[in-house]
Design a protein around this ligand. Structure first.
Ligand SMILES: [Zn+2]
Length: 354
């Protein structure tokens, strides 16, 4: 399979083209991320902070390294009084839950957790609908409930505790535009593509599932970034600060800091991206099976473009992650058993992926 000569995006990536030197259009049009800087962040935090509030900000934490780093920075480096908030969709890796306990203890930060048992129900509705009629554009539906669970609920918690701002650790490097590209293939926009796919497969059309999907849509990365009038209306009085708009996001450096400073752990030090939720195991399986790449190809390509790793290093990591997707199928099987869905196991077999 041909890959871009500069990043590692494969020829099967949506809307990709290569020039005579084999460089892809994504690399050609790329401009490096410009960060606003930590001085600017200090000014913003100071302007939003309330006098004499119990908490200065709320930080959503997943147990992954990126949000852990934000929590560490806000408390230890920027000296704010922080409330940590965790959305527990009941499908997360036990190590992620363990990390949340460890880091909040190490930093002496209060923690509120919101559990949502319903997310498992949505995941199964969407997984079973997908299996009836696989359409790669609908793989993100397995996460239904999570976007609102993380960001929508963070706003609700902030309001409840009279906290003026949320500081979140999303990075543009982690953006996954290919998911939107597949939806756009079936419509004019992400929204019309989603509706068109839903109508083609009535198994998705359960009222709770659709309401959750709509709430997620309005809290997606792009919508939150644009902060449109619906979000303004839904969440007045609380401001959102995107930490990695200000401070450079270098995943490897972040990992070293959180391991050393707050005792953060990962089940696999060689691949510490997106392991915290088990739904990712299912999604990676279907991406690999249907289109022969996963979000990891895009993430590593972004790391190359930002100058964090070489192309050779990215190829090494990619191979490791691909072997892992196949090697860890038993984890998918165990996961399905755990949630009482052993009958779905035959859908996940190594022969079915590239
Ligand atoms: Zn490229």
């Amino acid at each position: 399979m041909q890959r871009c000569s500069s990043c590692v995006l494969p020829e099967v990536y949506p809307n990709i083209t290569f020039d005579a030197t084999g460089k892809c259009n994504y690399c050609q049009s790329y401009s490096k991320i410009e960060y606003l800087g930590s001085e600017k962040l200090k000014t913003v935090l100071a302007s939003l902070k309330k006098k004499n509030g119990k908490y200065d900000c709320l930080v959503p934490v997943s147990g992954g390294k990126d949000s852990t780093f934000v929590l560490y920075q806000m408390t230890k480096v920027y000296g704010l009084k922080v409330l940590a908030y965790n959305y527990n969709n009941c499908l997360t890796h036990p190590q992620a839950q363990e990390n949340i306990k460890t880091i909040t203890n190490a930093l002496g930060v209060d923690l509120v957790t919101k559990r949502n048992e319903k997310q498992k129900k949505y995941m199964l509705t969407n997984l079973k609908a997908y299996l009836r009629k696989p359409a790669v554009a609908m793989v993100p539906m397995f996460c239904t409930g999570c976007r609102y669970g993380i960001i929508g609920n963070a706003f609700n918690e902030a309001k409840k505790h009279h906290i003026p701002m949320i500081v979140i650790g999303w990075s543009p490097i982690e953006d996954t535009p290919f998911k939107e590209a597949y939806l756009k293939e079936s419509g004019y926009s992400v929204k019309s593509g989603l509706i068109s796919n839903l109508l083609k497969n009535p198994a998705y059309l359960k009222p709770g599932n659709l309401i959750a999907a709509a709430k997620d849509y309005f809290h997606s990365y792009q919508q939150v970034k644009d902060w449109n009038f619906i979000l303004k209306m839904l969440h007045p009085g609380v401001k959102l600060v995107q930490f990695y708009d200000y401070v450079p996001y270098n995943p490897d450096e972040i990992q070293q800091v959180v391991e050393k400073e707050v005792g953060w752990k990962t089940p696999d030090a060689k691949n510490s991206w997106q392991w915290d939720c088990k739904i990712k195991l299912l999604q990676n399986y279907f991406y690999k099976k249907e289109v022969n790449f996963t979000a990891t190809d895009g993430f590593l390509s972004a790391m190359i473009r930002e100058g964090f790793i070489s192309r050779a290093e990215a190829l090494k990591r990619l191979e490791y992650s691909e072997q892992k997707t196949i090697g860890e199928l038993h984890q998918v099987h165990e996961f399905l058993k755990d949630i009482g869905q052993s009958d779905l196991i035959p859908h996940f077999s190594p022969e079915k992926i590239h």
